[in-house]
Design a protein around this ligand. Structure first.
Ligand SMILES: [Zn+2]
Length: 379
């Protein structure tokens, strides 16, 4: 198994605690910058919390303080232990700003609990070129007139085939498909050169229960950075993405990824909090903007539904009620032709991305879905 090994170009030291002793560190000419701080959001914090609680419980029992004082003393001790543990969880990062290479370790009581190593970063040359000029933002271009009866139709098909799990695999209409709308927006930003992608080898050392200890995992990191083009960006979602990317240093994950956010962290950072339907929240950027531009709108309820055969069974009744309540997207007839043309341009951009870099495209899909799912609140 190969590992990602980094060496200082100046002193030849291998990346790691030894690098701290680089003779050029004092002069500031070592190619690796060192930053050290308490690991506020490190993986060790949950363990700290549990240990602080346990320690507090045991020590108040041993000391045997009177019941009246036990609560107060317990709380104070808990806080003291937690704060000291907090400073025991220590994150140390060696970063080469010129190449993006990074060696990072989180220690608890001086013992390694996680490690992240990123090799030299190289910018992806995706060469995306729109087949025709985009006249609407890419995020809007994927919207299309939707069937008011999609859910009922899917139920019909499911009933006909007898396969009940296929309903969950039913494709989402674009107006609800945050992952699709985000992917389109990002493809547009990549084609404009507003965002670029840096690729590097990645080694992650994490605690794995199955291995009963730390285990190494190799992967490829895709980190996003602002591109060469700093011109104006059109599209509400596109602007939101660019704004979050340009203010990445304010994100709590910045200390873990100082070079720029990985795909997952970029998508995760678009949301301010968990919500019941993050997918729809993302897609709403495009739906709302399309509505304000007069390109289309959400239509609640539908006369078409009532013209269908009477509902058979409870499920179909529910499906029709859901459709009437949630609504569906319809294009303004005046824009149908233009939007069909624009949709073709964006779908072609996504095809180009797939052809140019299938691995990145696959990661983009997976990480976007994963970040959206992670924002789904459980209630
Ligand atoms: Zn050095």
């Amino acid at each position: 198994m190969t590992t990602v090994t980094l060496r200082c170009e100046r002193c030849g030291r291998e990346a790691g605690p030894e690098m701290r002793n680089c003779p050029e560190r004092e002069a500031g000419t070592c190619s690796y910058e060192l930053s050290e701080h308490a690991a506020i959001r490190s993986q060790g914090m949950l363990g700290c919390l549990a240990f602080a609680g346990f320690f507090t419980l045991i020590s108040t029992m041993i000391v045997g303080v009177s019941a009246g004082w036990r609560w107060g003393a317990g709380v104070v001790l808990f806080v003291v232990v937690l704060v000291s543990l907090f400073f025991m969880a220590w994150q140390r990062t060696f970063l080469n700003p010129a190449t993006g290479a990074m060696w990072q370790q989180v220690n608890l009581f001086g013992v390694e609990v996680s490690r992240t190593v990123v090799g030299n970063l190289r910018q992806l040359d995706l060469g995306l070129t729109p087949m025709r000029p985009l006249t609407v933002p890419a995020s809007i271009a994927v919207l299309t007139t939707e069937s008011a009866t999609a859910l009922s139709d899917a139920l019909d098909a499911t009933r006909a085939s007898g396969k009940w799990d296929s309903l969950s695999e039913m494709p989402k209409p674009p107006s609800r498909d945050g992952a699709l709308v985000f992917t389109a927006a990002l493809a547009g930003l990549l084609a404009q050169g507003v965002v670029s992608v840096q690729r590097g080898r990645l080694l992650k050392r994490r605690f794995q229960l199955s291995k009963a200890g730390l285990a190494d995992e190799e992967d490829v990191a895709y980190l996003l950075t602002p591109g060469q083009n700093t011109g104006a960006v059109s599209g509400a979602l596109e602007q939101h993405i660019v704004e979050r990317l340009s203010r990445w240093d304010e994100n709590p994950e910045h200390s873990t990824w100082p070079q720029g956010p990985p795909l997952y962290e970029l998508v995760h950072g678009l949301f301010d909090e968990d919500m019941s339907s993050p997918d729809r929240w993302l897609a709403a950027f495009a739906v709302d903007e399309a509505t304000s531009l007069g390109v289309g709108r959400m239509v609640k309820g539908s006369g078409a539904n009532d013209a269908r055969l009477p509902p058979r069974g409870v499920l179909e009744r529910v499906a029709r009620a859901v459709e009437r309540w949630a609504g569906h997207f319809e294009l303004n007839p005046a824009y149908v032709q233009q939007m069909r043309d624009q949709r073709e341009v964006v779908l072609d951009l996504l095809d180009q991305l797939e052809d140019e870099d299938p691995h990145f495209t696959q990661k983009l899909r997976e990480e976007t879905e994963r970040a959206i799912d992670a924002r789904e609140s459980s209630d």
